[in-house]
Ligand binder design. Structure first.
Ligand code: AMP
Ligand code: MG
Length: 298
């Protein structure tokens, strides 16, 4: 079952065809139970990923202001072990970053084996905000699409599992969220006058996103168009996509871990054998506490 539209090959798309307020046949209360279960499975899968050290996971989050990138990160992270998970947020490039090619700062933040990294905005800003504000020509954008596809293929060839989510909200929903920020004391800190200004470019963003999603969807780095007007449905859609993508790797990771376990046991047995040969009865001195023990004695 999938709740977000998955694009895994180049195509022409119109965002009008994807309803931001879609909720399938689901309701909020039943979904809460499903989401909790998916969270548990995600937690287990992440543990296998972390231990097996053979793959990494890159989650790219894109969407207009207020589309729910921060909320999604909080939701996904909540079911993961923080030791195995990083978030990288990409803002307006610093002078040093802007002095390099657009992928320079991105590549430094990609996940090493065993880790999950969530990108809060990404290299896609360089073919979105820059294009909307005419900071780059269409020619440059076209070249960047090719660079992006090659870059993502490089990561995939190095065993990075990539999922890219576009959080699709409607223009009305954005207005409601911006107004809510203004009215809610606890949300007001998130207010940015720039968000209202960017809103005027809604149509330009829509068309830039249509180009991006259609041009950079590949089998190795698919896009998911997530109906994001309802936060619970957005979370359901993303958790489902993540679990369904990672689940097939579990067998592979289990086998790797079994092999690793057997190797470690063999090493230990070998150590004990040679220890036994050189130091008969070489037991740890009694009396002290095992330094590795965390058990309280009282
Ligand atoms: P926020 O995600 O609300 O913290 O805002 C970050 C801001 O940085 C957004 O307005 C982005 O459009 C902007 N930004 C991120 N990456 C780039 C980039 N490569 N070029 C220009 N602006 C960017
Ligand atoms: Mg913002």
């Amino acid at each position: 079952m999938s709740y977000a539209a998955k694009l895994d090959k180049e195509q022409k798309i119109k965002l009008n065809d994807y309803a931001p307020d879609d909720k399938g046949d689901e309701d909020k209360d039943t979904s809460a139970v499903v989401i909790a279960k998916l969270g548990q499975e995600l937690c287990e899968l992440q543990e296998w990923l972390y231990a097996a050290q053979s793959h990494s996971v890159l989650i790219v989050l894109q969407g207009l202001d207020t589309s729910g990138k921060d909320g999604t990160i909080a939701h996904v992270m909540a079911s993961m072990n923080p030791q195995g998970c990083d978030v990288a947020s990409f803002k307006v490039p610093t002078p040093l970053e802007a002095g390099h090619d657009f992928l320079w700062r991105i590549h430094q933040q990609t996940p090493p084996k065993g880790m999950v990294t969530i990108f809060n905005r990404s290299h896609y800003e360089d073919v979105l905000v820059t294009r909307v504000h005419k900071l780059v020509s269409d020619d440059v954008v076209k070249k960047r699409f090719t660079h992006i596809k090659n870059f993502e293929q490089l990561l995939a060839d190095n065993n990075t599992i990539i999922l890219k989510f576009f959080l699709n909200i409607s223009k009305d929903e954005q207005k409601a969220r911006l107004e809510a920020r203004e009215q809610d004391e606890e949300k007001a800190w998130k207010l940015s006058p720039g968000d209202w200004e960017e809103r005027q470019f809604w149509d330009a963003y829509t068309s830039a996103y249509e180009d991006v999603l259609g041009a950079t969807a590949t089998k190795s780095a698919p896009w998911y168009i997530v109906p994001a007007n309802r936060k619970w449905f957005r979370n359901l859609a993303i958790a489902t996509a993540l679990v369904e993508t990672l689940r097939p790797y579990k067998k592979d990771w289990e086998e790797t871990l079994k092999k690793l376990g057997a190797e470690r046991k063999a090493e230990l047995a070998e150590m004990r054998r040679t220890e036994g040969a050189s130091d008969k009865g070489g037991k740890r001195k009694s009396g002290g506490q095992n330094p590795g023990s965390t058990h309280e004695t009282s």
